[in-house]
Ligand binder design. Structure first.
Ligand code: SME
Length: 152
């Protein structure tokens, strides 16, 4: 996908999500809506969803795609790296990411962004693709903007 096509699509999606989620401040309703909208707008999105950080566990929440791991082994894999390093991870090839947790062996690349509430990470948004190298700085920039809407 061309950079400009991707940027324009994310811009339209942000407006759509803003309008949809204003009906409630419930974070779970907002996360469900974000996962559903994103998942159906990009053909490279294979699994799209949130893990919430609760009682020091990353537990799956609202998602679209195949059945996922319910609780992620602590301090291992991409999602925990985001929590531990407090920043977005773009993984071009999951087989080269030490400790990657494969909930579905068809996933080939992945992006995970933190969801902040005040100054704490309370969840992560995880997107997997069946193709290698699907995600770049544009996905990171817009996904970070989108998840920032959850607690606004
Ligand atoms: N791959 C993730 C686990 C979650 S699934 O991709 C849905 C990880 O390594 O943390």
């Amino acid at each position: 996908m061309k950079k400009i096509t991707k940027q324009n699509r994310y811009k339209r999606i942000i407006s759509q999500i803003e309008e949809l989620i204003q009906k409630t401040t419930d974070p779970l309703a907002r996360m469900s809506t974000i996962a559903a909208v994103l998942h159906h707008k990009f053909d490279y999105y294979f699994w799209t969803g949130f893990y919430r950080l609760m009682e020091k566990e990353l537990t799956v929440c609202c998602y679209q795609g195949s059945v996922a791991c319910l609780v992620l082994e602590k301090h291992k894999g991409v999602c925990w790296t985001v929590v531990d390093e407090q920043k977005t991870q773009i993984v071009e090839d999951v087989s080269k990411f030490p400790g990657h947790i494969a909930c579905d062996s068809r996933s080939a690349s992945e992006i995970v962004v933190p969801v902040w509430k005040d100054d704490k990470i309370v969840a992560v948004l995880d997107v997997d693709s069946k193709k290698l190298d699907s995600f770049d700085e544009i996905d990171a920039e817009y996904l970070e903007k989108i998840v920032n809407l959850i607690y606004k």
